[in-house]
Each structure stands twice: as structure tokens, then as C-alpha cells.
Design a protein around this ligand. Structure first.
Ligand code: ATP
Length: 440
């Protein structure tokens, strides 16, 4: 456990130092449960989201993307059950007056061991208001999940596209929960991002579709670099199921602080659409042209948290080893996820001909590949370590042979592999293709 605590500290400090994740509002002392992503963190998140969107939306014929407003009509949250039921039992310490989730205590205050009050309900939705006048009719909420933004657009998608069942609607976006005890860094925060699909099916076909999506989620987790040996599937028992669900699987991950939910797959029946139909008064039936039947489809929901994925990928990728007799730490991101794919160096900073050639190679790669860095700071060994630490898979070095000192090697560069430290010589003209092939 101590080793794991160290691991968490190492990851958090690396991420801060190198520009992946910063504490939110840091210059004002921070704000509990909020985090800011820096340049490398943004790239990693974008890679996670792009891969998901490509796999589940772009590459399929049966998926429709939406991006709904974060603030929705409050009636929608009454329909979904969030206004009445989205609350955690909360206990308060009678001594230090701190509040905790009941399920996260062992009967005494985790901070001062004081006596805890009996549990009270605490709604986790952030409330705000629209319009200038603060009256109750204008109360609105920041959405606590992206799913409802999908359900309220179900009819729009039917009307615009007339899709046949089964089909899905997908959305990536921010969600907000006023977590009582934000903790474990990105794992439990108050503002986070979700990637959700509502996959609409005929009731009798829910099981097959559940299994298909379960496999697709597993494949996705593997493809983005979550260590499969650290993933386990938890079949949520009947008593613990959410009110709308008939079957739920939690995909858990072995985080440094324990095995916890990374993402979930739920069969939500036709609960949500039925509720929205009742509360909005709108007909949300699907019309089956073949059988002439009208019915409200059932739904399977894979729900993934981007930030919990960031942490799972970082935990999976963080490696300490020895290279050339020296200890090092590096992030073994796969090529698709790496925030920077290639770094280009001139061997020496003070030789203009090397720098000029290196910048030329850099410009070509940057145009074709995008996520390419240029570095001429410090000696070459230090530059390699810096790139290893942020998970850059390849470093390209321009040396005197590139310029023709050895005529046989004119216009060739060294390409160094992050994981093995091995270098190969390659023609500059072959670089773009070499790197482009890494993505497929
Ligand atoms: P938990 O029991 O850990 O609070 P949950 O069961 O309430 O999670 P869901 O409502 O199923 O979570 O949300 C779907 C996904 O959204 C989760 O699997 C997780 O990836 C992400 N998520 C939920 N709450 C948070 C949070 N506070 N911070 C970061 N991600 C979150």
C-alpha cells in the first residue's frame, strides 16, 4: 500500500511538473474537487475522446452524435429522478463538523475520530438560476450526467434521420456533481467529463446488445492502453442496482488507492424515455414500419468517465526501469494516446547547420503528424529522459552524418525508441510514412 501511495504521489507530481494536470484555481489556494488540464493533459484527453468518438460513432453506421446544452429544463431532472433522488446519505462529525458520505466511514469521523450524526440526504446537483430575478421558477441545474441530454433529443433524432432499431445516440461532455468528499485526485471530482451512449433496442433484444457493447467497451479500454490485468468486471447485485436498471456491470480498475469503478454498462429498460414522455407530454414512441407496432425502446448505456480513464491510463503507463545503467521513469503510452508522438533534436545547439536541418525535419513532421516537439535544451541524454517522462514514443536526432560527414549517411537521422532506447538510422524522406504507419 505504501508503494501504491508513492505511485500516486509520483504520478500527481509528474503531471503537475510537466503540464498534464494542475490543481484548479491554484494561485487562489485551489478549489476542492476541481482540476485544470495543461498542454499535455489536454492532448491526452483529446486522444482518449477522439478514439472513442471514432470507434463508437464515426466508424459505425448505427450511431448519432449530439452535443446537448449543459443546462436543461428543470422538468427533465424531475423526470429522470435526479431532483428527488440524486442524493447521498451524509453524516456529520459532531466534533469537527466535517461531512462525509456514509458509505465512506466506519462509524467514526475519518479525520478526528469524533462521533457521527445520523445520515441525511444531500442532493448532489449544483443549482443556479437563469434570468436576473432570483425566484424559484428560474432554478436550473448543472447536469450531473450527460445521459439525459441524449434522451431529450431522442425525438429529434427520430424526426431528422428515421433510424431503424437498434441504434445509438452518443455524447461527450462535462458533468457536475457536488461530491461531498472529492478525493483521490481526478477520480472523484466535482466537474468531470463523460462519454456516454444510449443504445436503443427492442426489449427482447437487450441481452445480445448488452453483450456486444460489453465487448466493445473492453476492446476500447485495451486499445487506449488501460492494463487489462488491472480491470475486473463487477456484476452489480440486485439490491444495489439503480432504480432504473435491470442489469449493471461496473468495470473496475486497480487504482493505486484500491479497486474502484472506472466505467459502467447499464441496461436502463425504457425507464428514462417513459418518464420524459410522461413529464413532457410528448409522444416518444418508436414506430416499427415492418410490424406496424408503436413502442418505447429499451436502452443499454455504456458510461465512461474521461478523467477516471486518464488516471487509469497514467497508472498503466507509469514505469520505472534502468536504461544504460541509469534509473529512469517513463510513461509507456501507446502511439495513439501519446500527447507528443515525435521529438526532433539537433545533436548540438550551437551548430547552426545542425539546428537549421533539424528545424526543417521538424517542420515537415509537424505539418504531417501534428503532435511533434522540437528540443535543443541540455545534452541529448537529458532530452531523451525528458521525452521518456512524458511518454513520447520516438526521438529523431539530426547529427553530422545527416549533413554528409559520412557521405553514405547523408540525409539520414537516428530514430530512438522510447521503450528499448534502441536507435536505428533512417532516411529523412521515410520518416513521415514510418510514423503515419504507427497509428493504424
Ligand atoms: P461512484 O459510485 O464512484 O460515485 P457512480 O456509480 O455514481 O460512481 P455513474 O453515475 O455510473 O457513477 O457515472 C458514470 C461514470 O462517470 C463513472 O463510471 C465514472 O467514470 C464517471 N464519474 C462519476 N462520478 C465521477 C466523479 N465524481 N469524478 C470523476 N468521474 C466520475
Amino acid at each position: 500500500m505504501e508503494q501504491n501511495e508513492n505511485l500516486m504521489e509520483k504520478i500527481v507530481s509528474l503531471c503537475k511538473r510537466r503540464g498534464f494536470v494542475y490543481p484548479g484555481s491554484e494561485i487562489y489556494g485551489g478549489l476542492a474537487g476541481f482540476w485544470d488540464y495543461g498542454p499535455l493533459g489536454v492532448e491526452l484527453r483529446n486522444n482518449i475522446k477522439d478514439w472513442w468518438w471514432q470507434k463508437f460513432v464515426t466508424n459505425r453506421e448505427d450511431m448519432y452524435g449530439v452535443s446537448a446544452a449543459i443546462i436543461m429544463a428543470s422538468r427533465a431532472w424531475e423526470a429522470s429522478g435526479h431532483v428527488a433522488g440524486f442524493s447521498d446519505p451524509l453524516v456529520e462529525c459532531e466534533k469537527c463538523h466535517k461531512r462525509f458520505r456514509e458509505d465512506q466511514t466506519d462509524g467514526v469521523c475519518p479525520e478526528c475520530k469524533g462521533k457521527l450524526s445520523s445520515a441525511r440526504q444531500f442532493n448532489m446537483m449544483f443549482k443556479t438560476q437563469t434570468g436576473a430575478v432570483e425566484d424559484s421558477s428560474a432554478t436550473v441545474y448543472l447536469r450531473p450526467e450527460t445521459a439525459q441530454g441524449i434522451f431529450v433529443n431522442f425525438k429529434n433524432i427520430l424526426d431528422s434521420y428515421h433510424p431503424k432499431l437498434p441504434f445509438g445516440i452518443a455524447q461527450i461532455g462535462k458533468a457536475f456533481r457536488n461530491e461531498i468528499t472529492p478525493r483521490d485526485w481526478l477520480f472523484r471530482s466535482r466537474e468531470f467529463e463523460q462519454m456516454e451512449i444510449e443504445y436503443f433496442v427492442k426489449e427482447e433484444e437487450w441481452q445480445d446488445n448488452f453483450e456486444n457493447l460489453r465487448n466493445e467497451v473492453k476492446n476500447y479500454l485495451e486499445e487506449v492502453g488501460v492494463e487489462t490485468s488491472k480491470i475486473s468486471e463487477l456484476e452489480v447485485a440486485g439490491d444495489d442496482l439503480a432504480h432504473y436498471s435491470k442489469r449493471t456491470i461496473d468495470f473496475e480498475f486497480d487504482y493505486p488507492f484500491g479497486k474502484k469503478e472506472l466505467c459502467g454498462l447499464a441496461y436502463r429498460t425504457n425507464f428514462d424515455l417513459s418518464q420524459h414522455s410522461e413529464f413532457s407530454g410528448k409522444d416518444l414512441n418508436y414506430f416499427d414500419e415492418q410490424t406496424g407496432e408503436k413502442f418505447i425502446p429499451h436502452v443499454i448505456e455504456p458510461s465512461l468517465g474521461v478523467d477516471r480513464l486518464v488516471l487509469a491510463i497514467l497508472t498503466s503507463a507509469y514505469i520505472e526501469d534502468e536504461l544504460g545503467g541509469e534509473p529512469r521513469s517513463y510513461l509507456k503510452f501507446n502511439y495513439k494516446m501519446a500527447p507528443i508522438k515525435v521529438a526532433v533534436f539537433p545533436l548540438l545547439k550551437n551548430k547552426p547547420e545542425l539546428v537549421e536541418k533539424a528545424r526543417e525535419v521538424y517542420r515537415t513532421l509537424k505539418k504531417e503528424i501534428g503532435a511533434v516537439a522540437f528540443d535543443d535544451n541540455g545534452n541529448i541524454g537529458k532530452r531523451y529522459r525528458r521525452q521518456d517522462e512524458i511518454g513520447t514514443p520516438y526521438c529523431v536526432t539530426i547529427d553530422f552524418d545527416t549533413l554528409g560527414e559520412n557521405p553514405d549517411l547523408l540525409d539520414t537521422v537516428t530514430v530512438r525508441d522510447r521503450d528499448t532506447g534502441e536507435q536505428q538510422r533512417m532516411k529523412t524522406g521515410e520518416l513521415v510514412e514510418f510514423f503515419k504507419n504507427k497509428i493504424s
